[in-house]
Design a protein around this ligand. Structure first.
Ligand SMILES: Nc1ncnc2c1ncn2[C@@H]1O[C@H](COP(=O)(O)OP(=O)(O)OP(=O)(O)O)[C@@H](O)[C@H]1O
Ligand SMILES: [Mg+2]
Length: 205
C-alpha cells in the first residue's frame, strides 16, 4: 500500500478542487464520490444489485440509476437510503482499496467527504488533511454550483461535523477562503511535505 492521506472537508469546502491540484502535481487521487458515480452509470457494478433491491423502474432507459426517481424515494422513505448504501458501500470500499493499492504515484489522496463522520476509511489513511473555509464561503460556493437553497445547504451542513470538530482531527489544513491561486500555493507546499513523508514511510503491504 502506498502512503495514503485522507482528504476531507464539509460540503463545498473545496475537496475536489484541492484534489485536482494535487493530482496536477503528480499525486494519486482516489475519490469515493467518483467511484460511487461510476458504480451507478450504465454497466456499473452497482446496477444489478439496485435492480434486484428496488426493481427495474429505478433503472433509466440507458441502464444507469434513475437518480431523480431514487432521490424522490429516499426523500419519502429514509430506509431506502440505507438499502441503497448497503449495496454501494461495500463496492466503494472494495474498489477504493484496490485503486489505492495499485497506485503508482509516490502517495495517494483518498478523498472521502464523510471521512470523520464515519469510521470506515480511518484505518486506511496514515494522515488526515482537511479543507476548511468559513460557513459563509461554503454556502455561497455550494449554492452557486448546485441550485440548492441556503436552507438546504445549511441542512446538509448540520448533518456533517462542525468546522471545529473537523479541524480538531486534522493533521494538515488547507485554508480555502481565498482564491484558487492561494489554494494552489498551499497545495504545492503540502505536496512537498507529503513527498518527503512518503519517502520515509515504509511501503505497507
Ligand atoms: N479557492 C476557490 N476560489 C474560488 N472558487 C472555488 C475555490 N475553491 C473551490 N471553489 C469552487 O467552489 C465550488 C465547490 O468546490 P469543490 O467542488 O472543490 O468542493 P467540494 O468540497 O468537492 O464539494 P462537494 O462537497 O460538493 O463535493 C466549486 O464550484 C469550485 O470551483
Ligand atoms: Mg467534491
Amino acid at each position: 500500500m502506498p502512503f495514503c492521506i485522507g482528504l476531507t472537508g464539509g460540503i463545498g469546502s473545496g475537496k475536489s478542487s484541492a484534489a485536482r491540484l494535487f493530482q496536477g502535481l503528480g499525486a494519486g487521487v482516489v475519490d469515493v464520490d467518483d467511484i460511487s458515480h461510476a458504480l451507478t452509470k450504465p454497466g456499473g457494478a452497482g446496477i444489478a444489485g439496485i435492480m434486484r433491491q428496488f426493481g427495474q423502474e429505478y433503472i433509466a432507459a440507458d441502464g444507469s440509476l434513475d437518480r431523480s426517481r431514487m432521490r424522490e424515494l429516499v426523500f419519502k422513505d429514509p430506509l431506502a437510503k440505507d438499502r441503497l448504501e448497503a449495496i454501494l458501500h461495500p463496492l466503494i470500499g472494495q474498489q477504493s482499496r484496490e485503486l489505492v493499492a495499485h497506485a503508482t504515484q509516490p502517495y495517494v489522496l483518498l478523498v472521502v467527504p464523510l471521512l470523520l463522520e464515519r469510521n470506515t476509511y480511518r484505518d486506511r489513511v496514515q494522515r488526515i488533511a482537511v479543507v476548511d473555509c468559513s460557513e459563509q464561503t461554503q454556502i455561497e460556493r455550494t449554492m452557486r454550483r448546485s441550485q440548492l437553497s441556503e436552507s438546504a445547504v445549511r441542512a446538509i451542513m448540520a448533518a456533517q461535523l462542525s468546522r471545529a470538530d473537523r479541524l480538531a482531527q486534522a493533521d494538515d489544513v488547507l485554508h480555502n477562503d481565498g482564491d484558487e491561486a492561494d489554494l494552489q500555493k498551499q497545495v504545492a507546499a503540502l505536496h512537498e511535505h507529503y513527498l518527503a513523508l512518503a519517502l520515509k514511510a515504509p511501503r505497507l503491504t
